[in-house]
Design a protein around this ligand. Structure first.
Ligand SMILES: C[S@@+](CC[C@H](N)C(=O)[O-])C[C@H]1O[C@@H](n2cnc3c(N)ncnc32)[C@H](O)[C@@H]1O
Length: 225
């Protein structure tokens, strides 16, 4: 990333400790990332070819950002998207990371905007959109920079972010708001916030943390009353 900044400024390529670590990280990622099935999707590293017909491939080139499909909170969103995103919907993916959810929504025919506060995530989202042959309008920004409203808002974030931005996000969707990233008893907080803001929860999906069956992650589908 630092090299990008230096190259943007017209300097040559420099080698820093961080870059070596990043390269190692990419090697580790290449050696360890195997296809993950989250029906109807299958998440593949970009060098793998999916020859089946039953699943929709999402190919990820790199994943320094969050969103490889391994985390239960991402998996919850991936299983909700086919039910709540329709052809032609305008969708925003808030905190896009690798762009995995944006790609899934675009594959269901949505027009997708994607934002993340991290520049690296925005770069990865753009690369991964191209890898998957979908068009995503991806930009660096935070929740307060969202000026439009959308049919569907996708937000796999953390409880602290929902604490801060719940009211901003609730005004950004028309049909559905999909929330994920809610851990254990944080669920009660989301339920309360919906009650206090004239919102109905129409579906809840929960998945355990890998190897810890009692530690549940929760996802919600929310509508205006
Ligand atoms: C849990 S990750 C989700 C990544 C991906 N969407 C997924 O579902 O796997 C949350 C992402 O939100 C981004 N983020 C955190 N605060 C944000 C904010 N205020 N506005 C936009 N993005 C934010 C983080 O940089 C991170 O990439």
């Amino acid at each position: 990333m630092i090299n990008n900044i230096f190259e943007d400024l017209g300097a040559g390529k420099i080698v820093l400790e961080e870059d070596i670590k990043e390269e190692n990280w990419e090697e580790i990622w290449k050696e360890n990332f195997k296809p993950i099935e989250i029906p109807p999707f299958i998440i593949l590293p970009e060098w793998e070819i999916y020859e089946g017909k039953d699943l929709i491939p999402i190919r990820l080139k790199i994943a320094m950002a969050f969103g490889t499909g391994l985390h239960p909170s991402t998996q919850i969103m991936l299983s909700l998207i086919p039910k709540y995103v329709s052809q032609g919907d305008k969708v925003i993916d808030v905190g896009c990371g690798t762009g995995i959810l944006s790609i899934a929504a675009a594959k269901f025919g949505a027009e997708v905007d994607a934002i993340d506060i991290e520049r690296e995530a925005v770069e990865e989202c753009k690369i991964n959109a191209w890898e998957n042959g979908v068009s995503i309008n991806c930009w660096q920004g935070s929740i307060e920079d969202i000026s439009k409203t959308y049919d569907v808002v996708l937000s796999n974030l953390q409880m602290e972010i929902f604490d801060k931005y719940f009211k901003d996000l609730k005004d950004k969707f028309k049909k559905y708001w999909l929330i994920s990233g809610i851990f254990k008893d944080e669920k009660e907080k989301i339920i309360k916030m919906c009650q206090n803001n004239d919102l109905d929860i129409i579906e809840v999906q929960s998945k355990p943390e890998i190897g810890k069956p009692d530690d549940l992650w929760h996802g919600f589908v929310i509508k205006h009353k």
